[in-house]
Ligand binder design. Structure first.
Ligand code: DX5
Ligand code: ZN
Length: 224
């Protein structure tokens, strides 16, 4: 099964609850929360208060993508606010294993490991055993609405092979520029979870129809 994770970064914050309910009703599988600190990425976004506010609004899992330089400072706060998955970036950690274990064992949450488009895919391999989710960035993080980097498809394919070999239970997620044109590429290469912001909340047909269309396209192109 493929999963769609709308990124609320592109939602209308004046009616965030309503927008989350709308994508949930349309069959979205989880809600993606992009946290930016102005250091790891050149932009600021939102903190744990947003997760806390959304928690009673939806039954969907809330996954928090920590694009921050010091993720250790924020894990407890997001877990307490109701996050189900905490995703940290490989670039800011010498060895991500202790943090992934802390997320799983101490906080009882799912642990995700993200990496940027310039990180060799092979460098993730030693850590897959401690991850519930590997997030292959398909743009350089920091802003919504960027174009999918074409070389990402081969990276997803390589990551798929590594996951199948070292930890088949680990989810493979893609994030950045995922829309009706690019989702078949990533799905065909072996991604199973698709983050999408602009193509959901900015869709001319509205977020609900966009989620349904992305689901259809991902399923149709799914890796065998
Ligand atoms: C990139 C973020 C993404 C992004 C996705 O900085 O991690 O989640 O907002 O947005 P779109 O789908 O607009 O590329
Ligand atoms: Zn993200």
């Amino acid at each position: 099964m493929t999963a769609i994770a709308p990124s609320i970064l592109s939602a209308d914050f004046s009616r965030l609850g309503e927008q989350v309910r709308e994508v949930e009703a349309a069959g979205a599988d989880r809600i993606h929360v992009d946290v930016m600190d102005g250091h790891f990425v050149p932009n600021l976004s939102m903190g744990a208060v947003v997760v806390k506010g959304l928690r009673p609004v939806t039954r969907l899992p809330l996954e928090v993508h920590l694009m921050v330089e010091h993720p250790a400072r924020f894990l407890d706060g997001f877990a307490a606010a109701g996050a189900d998955t905490l995703i940290v970036h490989l670039e800011v950690l010498d060895d991500p294993r202790p943090m992934l274990r802390r997320i799983r064992d101490n906080l009882g949450r799912k642990a995700g490991l993200a990496f940027n488009p310039d990180v060799p895919v092979g460098s993730v391999e030693p850590f897959l055993g401690d991850a519930d989710l590997a997030l292959c960035m398909t743009v350089f993080p920091g802003f919504g609405g960027q174009a999918y980097i074409p070389g990402s498809t081969d990276r997803v394919r390589a990551l798929r092979r590594m996951i199948d070999r070292f930890n088949p239970g680990c989810e493979l997620e893609v994030d950045g520029g995922i829309d009706p044109r690019t989702i078949p590429l990533a799905a065909g290469a072996g991604a199973g979870v698709f983050v999408s912001g602009t193509a959901v909340f900015g869709a001319a047909s509205g977020p609900a129809e966009a989620v349904r269309e992305l689901h259809r396209l991902a399923e149709a192109a799914r890796f065998p």
